[in-house]
Design a protein around this ligand. Sequence first.
Ligand code: RIB
Length: 299
Amino acid sequence: MRTRVAVVGSINQDLVVETAALPAPGETVIGSELARFAGGKGANQAVAAARMGAAVAFVGRVGGDHSAAWLLDGLRRDGIDVARVSRDDGASGTALITVAADGGNTIVVAPGANWRLSIDDVEAARSAIESSDALLLQLEVPLDATKRAAEIARASGSTVFLNPSPAAPLADALLALVDLLVLNQTELAILAGATAAGSALLTGGVSTVVVTLGAAGAECFTRAGTRTVPPFLTRAVDPTAAGDAFLGALAATAKELGLEHALDFASAAGALATTRLGAQSSLPTRAEVETLLRTGRGG
Ligand code: RIB
């Protein structure tokens, strides 16, 4: 049976410009033509999980603008259930993204409808969350809605994955409901301090902390010890959504393959996502991940 993944989170149109280098504060630079991609951490993670073979339900909110229909059509094309996406007359979420030639990026999100996702919207999606094997959460929708989703999942035995991005202080009441935390080094420094190890976040219900290290792979912390996940070397052009690829692949495969193997799967998915421009446009298929796993690291 396919792993069932519910995602409660954001959905954005990403407006992307490529530049030779990221501008310094106060600097103006000329970039490429503007490109539009489907994004949003929640929607990206939903697509990443679907492309790994999971049955995915996405719970979020869009506005009444043109991008709303375009974004939802994209999720449908990946076979994602969007029946529990709420709509209103405001603007949908938009992210302004700069990608530099050296592979660095900056992202600023205008949350729009994402910020209007409510506890009632989450309650309306209760059945999808209760019937999931895994719930994926991020921090681009209101915390009260995120917490309610975690409460429903926890009570029904679904595994709760939290990607605390963008990083924000996490209440103990939320951490009590989370099984796995997956975050990057910048987020770890904000949440636990510049010199902290991922093990510092093994608190509340959190039994596993995975710190993604970009081109250096990842580290997985549990109370039993630490495991290093070596990187897959790829020709990176854009890091946008690499973390989302990792999260979606991990949630989609952890139950099926076990955490050890799922971490390698997630690492390969993250590496592949850096090889293409854009967010959902860059997310690999399961066949691509399996090929990279076969051809091995260093390819
Ligand atoms: O993680 C990448 C995503 O962050 C982008 O797609 C953007 O929309 C922001 O949510």
